[in-house]
Design a protein around this ligand. Structure first.
Ligand code: ADP
Ligand code: MG
Length: 176
């Protein structure tokens, strides 16, 4: 937790959530419910439907992005989201294969992190329209730690199939 004198300042994080097994919207909602117990949710994007990348013979994904405040440090946050993935029944058999819920940390303040378990900014986020569309919905002017604007990465990936399908019944930006 960052310390300024004796004042504890929460960090701002962006998470990407995806599901492509079973009741996909319900899995997203359950993950959000769990995340709310430890994080201060600042914004939740609409739900987007996307074609799988990598392993293509599997159901479409439902994706969304969350902006939240947290007192957890980056590795504690990773432990926490992996605990949620396991609790919601994630099978870890195939990389890029079907999953009940996948939660990735996209950004943590403007920190750059590269450990065995954790790379932030998420290395593939700028190549994935199913990440950038919901991310820019919650934060249109977002910049990466290197000050590059996220929206500038859209052009290269605009042909990927990603459609907004629905809003989720949770707090919008600014409300908590
Ligand atoms: P992917 O999300 O790339 O489809 P997985 O969810 O199976 O794949 O993640 C594989 C590993 O990626 C995790 O065990 C985790 O340690 C690591 N990882 C590295 N950086 C991140 C990050 N920013 N967010 C989430 N997981 C990460
Ligand atoms: Mg993941």
């Amino acid at each position: 937790m960052p310390l300024l004198g004796s004042i504890q300042v929460a960090s701002v994080v962006y998470l990407s959530l995806g599901s492509n097994i079973g009741e996909r919207k319900k899995s997203l909602e359950e993950a959000i419910k769990e995340l709310k117990t430890k994080l201060g949710i600042l914004a939740i994007s609409s739900v987007y439907q996307s074609k799988p990348i990598g392993l293509e013979d599997q159901p479409d994904f439902y994706n969304l992005v969350i902006k939240a405040r947290t007192d957890l440090n980056p590795h504690q946050l990773l432990d926490y989201i992996q605990h949620i993935e396991v609790n919601l029944g994630r099978k870890r058999e195939a990389r890029w294969g079907p999953r009940t819920i996948d939660i990735d940390i996209l950004l943590y303040n403007n920190q750059v992190i590269s450990s065995d378990r954790l790379v932030i900014p998420h290395p593939r986020m700028i190549e994935r329209l199913f990440v950038l569309k919901p991310l820019l919905e919650v934060e249109p002017e977002l910049e990466l730690p290197d000050r590059k604007e996220v929206k500038n990465y859209l052009e290269k990936i605009k042909n990927q199939k990603v459609e907004k399908i629905t809003e989720i019944a949770t707090p919008r930006r600014g409300s908590q």
